[in-house]
Design a protein around this ligand. Sequence first.
Ligand code: ZN
Length: 287
Amino acid sequence: MKKLALILIIMTLVVSSAVLIVNHQTDQGLLKNSNRNYMNSTVSTKPSKDLTKGTTKEAPKVNIKEKKQVRPKKVKKDIVVTIDPGHQEKANLGQEPVAPKSKMTKFKATVGSRGAITKKSEYAITLDASKMLQKKLQKKGYKVFLTRYTNEVDLSNIERAKIANKRQSSLFIRIHADGAENPNVHGFSIIAPGKDNPYTKKVFRESKIAAQTIVKQVEKDFVLYQNGLIYRSDLAGFNWSKVPVILVELGYISNPQEDRNLSNSHYLDKLSTSISDGVSEYLDKTK
Ligand SMILES: [Zn+2]
C-alpha cells in the first residue's frame, strides 16, 4: 500500500510539472510576436487562467486582442503613396498614345513651364515640392516613393503611371506647376480623371474624393484657381493608372507672385503641409 501511495504522488507531480512547462512555453511564444508594452498589461493576467483551463483555448484569444491593438499603426505603414514630380531636365519628344489603343498621341516627356520672374524650370520646382511632400507623408506613417529623385531621367508619362501601379499605390499624386499666357491667372488646383473616361472608370470615384478632400484642405490657407477642381480624360498619366490618381497644379509660375512663392521654401513647406493633411484625411476615410 505504501508503495502504491508513493507511485501516485510521483505521478501527480510529473503531470502537474508537465502542465506548467507547456504553459510557460506558450507564454514565451506570445511574447515574441507582440508589442511588449501591450503584453505587459494584458498577458500578465492570463497565465493563472491558462493553468486551469488548458493552453489551447486561451492562447488564440490573447492573440486576436493584440492584433486589434496594434493594427492601425501597421496598416498605415503598409499604405503606399507614389508621387510623380512632373517633367524632366531633357525633353523626350517621342510620341506615346494618351490612352491604351488611342490614336491620339503626345510627347513622352517635356521640360514644362518656366518661372516668369525666377526663371526656375517646372521640373525643378516639382522635384523640390515632391521631396517636401514625401517627408510630410512619411512623418504621418506612409510608405512614400517618388517616380524620380533627380532631374536627369528619361521617364514618359505612361512609364510614371506604371511605376505607381507596380507599387500598388493607394494614391498616385502627380505634381506640376501651371503656366498661362495671361500673367494674372493664378491659384492652386487639382486635376482628376473625367467621369465618362472608360480608361479611368475603376479609379474615378476614389480619385475624385482624393481631389476634393485635398482641395478643401488647401483652400483654408491658399487661393484656388476657379473652384480648384478640373476633370480631364486626355492625360496618359491618368489613362494608364490602375490606382487612384490626381494631378496637383501647385500654382501658376507664369504669375510673378506665385512664381516667387513656389521658389520660397517657407511657402512650399506650408503648401505641402496642407496637401499632406488632405492626403491623410482622404486615406483615413477610404483605407
Ligand atoms: Zn506640368
